[in-house]
Design a protein around this ligand. Structure first.
Ligand code: XMP
Length: 331
């Protein structure tokens, strides 16, 4: 299967892409209204910026806190995005809804489908509230090419993961979908974002999956486990930035092995605690990846800070597997 926007195959340029997409969006939407789901990542930010350029006030963005976000993320997205784009943003705190729906679920594909379904239900509800007179027909999503390929929705491809925004959509979806960056790789989305004038802090954010920390807690997702993972993840992000490696490392998942305990020692006492896995990777498009060779001093600092600042975690390990055969996320 070939990507229609492959920059190797054609003279792809961000400016030409923007022009075509803006025209297409205008044609498709007409005088209708569009809801755009924002995740805080670059794909949905670029999608929203394209729509804003094409249809302006006919667009409303919705940012859902599903309780699976990282520390500080809600404040960052609400502040940064509105400042950078000036779009109308509706914020929904839906943590209880998502965490209740995920209670007791351990299967990764099931978790993704639950998150995908609940997102849509929240968008439908938001659409009803925003436009009680004129219904909102369209939902815009920042789906990109690897999401489509890995979800196995194109002819002849098998499902690797049902990305929440593709294979995780409910069958009774009420909206028509608009996905202007569906044919792009992440580096192309970044080029488009820069050409649209989005700030570097947004364009260069490391990818973060829609189901968030929900697919980084292996096994059941509980508030307690999410709390431990948030502490570890915040330390990793802080230390990576301090080491000046934010752009060298494509993405740095931190995974909590929820069901695995191991013996440790604290002072003169035995502990039986949690393990986190560091998964720093380098990549161009997330279709293949290699594990990042981080400086040992950085790894040592991260490990000692995590075990000191989160006493529930008594072991930190590194994942040194490329993709393939492993995927980037553990679930
Ligand atoms: P994998 O784990 O398949 O990840 O090697 C490839 C890229 O996709 C991200 N990812 C997702 N993004 N919804 C998303 O929005 C999902 O369900 C999902 N699963 C994986 C992953 O973080 C990586 O950047």
């Amino acid at each position: 299967m070939t990507n229609p926007q492959s920059d190797a195959a054609s003279a792809w340029t961000p400016l030409a892409f923007i022009e075509t997409q803006v025209e297409e969006i205008k044609q498709t939407v007409g005088s209708g209204r569009v809801l755009c789901g924002l995740s805080g990542g670059v794909d949905s930010a670029v999608t929203a910026a394209l729509l804003q350029r094409a249809i302006g006030s006919q667009l409303t963005c919705v940012f859902v806190d599903h309780g699976l976000l990282r520390a500080g993320e809600v404040e960052q997205v609400r502040g940064d995005f509105v400042a950078a784009t000036g779009v109308t943003l509706v914020f929904r705190d839906e943590a209880d809804r998502f965490l209740d729906a995920l209670a007791g679920v351990t299967d990764p594909e099931q978790k993704r489908k639950i998150v995908g379904r609940e997102f849509i239900r929240v968008f439908e509800d938001a659409a009803r509230q925003i436009a009680s007179q004129t219904p909102i027909d369209f939902l815009a999503q920042g789906t990109i090419w690897p999401d489509v390929v890995e979800s196995g929705t194109e002819d002849g491809t098998s499902t690797i993961k049902s990305h929440h925004n593709v294979g995780g959509l409910p069958a009774d979806l009420q909206f028509k979908l608009i996905e202007p960056v569906r044919t792009l790789f992440k580096y192309q989305v970044r080029d488009v974002g820069t050409a649209l004038g989005l700030p570097d802090s947004m364009v260069w954010r490391q990818p973060f999956p829609g189901p968030g920390l929900g697919i980084r807690v292996v096994g059941e997702v509980t508030r307690e486990r999410l709390g431990w993972l948030r502490v570890a993840d915040a330390i990793v992000r802080e230390e990576l930035t301090a080491a000046g490696l934010d752009r060298t490392v494509w993405q740095f998942p931190v995974i909590l092995l929820g069901d695995v305990h191991s013996t440790g020692v604290s002072g003169d006492k035995r502990t039986y605690g949690q393990t986190v896995v560091l998964r720093p990777i380098t990549s161009r498009d997330a279709m293949t990846a290699d594990w990042a060779r981080l400086p040992y001093e950085l790894v040592a600092k991260i490990s000692s800070r995590i075990t000191t600042e989160c006493p529930a975690i008594n072991r930190v390990v590194m994942d040194v597997t490329s993709k393939p055969p492993a995927t980037i996320e553990w679930e």
